[in-house]
Design a protein around this ligand. Structure first.
Ligand SMILES: Cc1ncc(C[n+]2csc(CCOP(=O)(O)OP(=O)(O)O)c2C)c(N)n1
Ligand code: SF4
Ligand SMILES: [Mg+2]
Length: 314
């Protein structure tokens, strides 16, 4: 089987090669549960994201062994501990390159990155920009609580100007990153925003992201009830508007750019931009034309082949 076919199986319409689909495969919500109890504060937005991800995998019929969740370091990055799927916690800021490696090695695997705003847009910002332009088939869920929560409330790249935090007692003086516009400018092919307070709607967006061919960013507004007293559930509920119900066309880049500028009295959620025209990174890597690495016999990787791969990938 060629890598293109495998990539198709891994990204396509959510149907698995044998045609079984969704809960019809006999999967239930319990299949994604672990014994581990979350250590998140009661009421944390991360619970909604966990519920939405489990629901999205269930509805897509993606069994636990067919997905890997890769995270970094932070409150939200504990999520792989609370799901019965393959999991990998990397260093702070490094999940995207590790996840790209997973996808290159096995394009049939659904690779989902889950990390915080500090992890993704701060320390991992360089990896993020290059992931946007490379377009590997990853779903990236950023738990954006506009704070470094695990380390007790320092301002993060998305903290709004003027917000008082432990490291900005007089109010943050920095202009925040706009994740949607930054991803658009960096060449991302699927850019969306969701809200942790609406797990059902969030599950729908995650399912859309799972159907995307390349890199899919889903910036998720995630209330941190302990360290962010500004961007609360009620604060968001008063401001959220839906791109879909306002007639937004996700294929229109200029419209996406314009809507991405709104963050204040009105905060749009939904898919800002999507194009399926750009091939995924793993579809173009020359060294993978003979098939995924996981399916090749070990003696296929002789010294010359290894050096050729090294030249292409490193
Ligand atoms: C290299 C490195 N630098 C700093 C830290 C300390 N650290 C751990 S989590 C974190 C911030 C996490 O913020 P975010 O990614 O937004 O996740 P949250 O806790 O808000 O979910 C920091 C600075 C670390 N673990 N490793
Ligand atoms: S500190 Fe904030 S982000 Fe961390 S578990 Fe508590 S509510 Fe959630
Ligand atoms: Mg954070």
């Amino acid at each position: 089987m060629s890598v293109d076919q495998r990539a198709g199986a891994g990204r396509g319409d959510g149907r698995l090669p044998d045609g079984r689909h969704g809960p019809g495969r006999g999967l239930t919500a319990r299949d994604y549960m672990t014994e581990q109890r979350p250590t998140w504060c009661p009421g944390c937005g991360d619970f909604g994201i966990l519920a939405a991800l489990r629901e999205a995998l269930l509805q897509e019929g993606i069994a636990p062994h067919e997905a890997v969740v890769v995270s970094g370091i932070g409150c939200g990055s504990k999520l792989p501990d609370y799901m019965r799927v393959n999991g990998f916690m990397t260093l702070h800021g490094r999940p995207l390159p590790v996840a790209t490696g997973f996808r290159l090695a096995n394009p049939a695997m659904r690779v989902i990155v889950v990390d915080g705003d500090g992890d993704a847009y701060g320390i991992g910002g360089n990896h993020w920009l290059h992931t946007c332009r490379r377009n590997p088939g990853l779903v990236h869920l950023v738990e954006n609580n506009q704070i470094y929560a695990l380390t007790k409330g320092q301002y993060s790249p998305t903290t709004e100007q003027g917000t008082r935090t432990t490291t900005s007692p007089e109010g943050s003086i920095e202009r925040p990153v706009n994740p949607i516009r930054t991803a658009l400018a960096a060449g991302a092919t699927f850019v969306a925003r969701g809200f942790a307070g609406e797990p059902k709607e969030l599950a729908r967006l995650i399912r859309e992201a799972l159907h995307h061919r390349g890199y899919a960013l889903l910036d998720i507004l995630q209330p941190c009830i302990t360290y962010n007293k500004v961007n609360t559930y009620d604060w968001y509920a008063e401001r959220i508007v839906r791109l879909e119900s306002e007639g937004h066309d996700p294929s229109d880049f200029d419209a996406a750019w314009a809507r991405a500028g709104e963050f204040g009295e009105r905060i749009p959620v939904g898919v800002f931009y999507r194009t399926e025209e750009v091939p995924a990174y793993e579809e173009r890597v020359p060294g993978l034309k003979r098939g995924p690495v996981v399916e090749r016999p070990l003696d296929d990787l002789d010294e010359a082949a290894f050096e050729a791969l090294e030249r292409e990938l490193v």
